[in-house]
Design a protein. Sequence first.
Length: 213
Amino acid sequence: MLNANKSKDELQDILKGKEYQIYYDDHRSIILIWWEKAKEWLGEQLAKLFPSIETASGAAAPILITLIIVVIALLGWIMFLLIRIRKRNRMMRVQKPLHSMKEMNWSSQKHLSEADRQEALGEYTLSTRHMFLALLFYFHEKEWLEARIWKTNWDYYDELRKVNQLWADQFYHLAYFFDEATYGEHTVEKEQYIQFRSEANKLLGETDKLLDR
């Protein structure tokens, strides 16, 4: 019992000791120490940039907080973009735009006519599908790519960029919207379809002009 009390007293003496308190305080306030050093450094930089400012150290704290918020927001935005790009690429590499031999047997002009018919009915998701397939089979008919049921839009993009990188990039953008509408359970609104149709027709027009030269 005496030994137990003695050990307890010794432990309390150690905890009250100067060395332990310094160790405890240093580790407890490491973030505070870092914060003070960061403010001091930023205050020095502000003083160098604006010598006339006497309260550079006082202005450092709110500026530092703002910078931290901006950096966190920027990192969050970058992560969002990276996740979105990864999702887009994965969808492009997995999903196949052609579902049946019937679609394979249609010409680009027939897909265009079907896109117009579905648009008139207000079926903009189906219109998007046939408008995209019209573009795909137009490139197939020009022998810039080879349409096959087993191919993904990434395969078509890879083939098309060997012909024209700009067209391939525009096709990639349209293919992503097509995949979202077809596989992403995204209901296409009228305004979205009109924008999609305009970009697809623009790409068709650019290729037509090149062929007419």
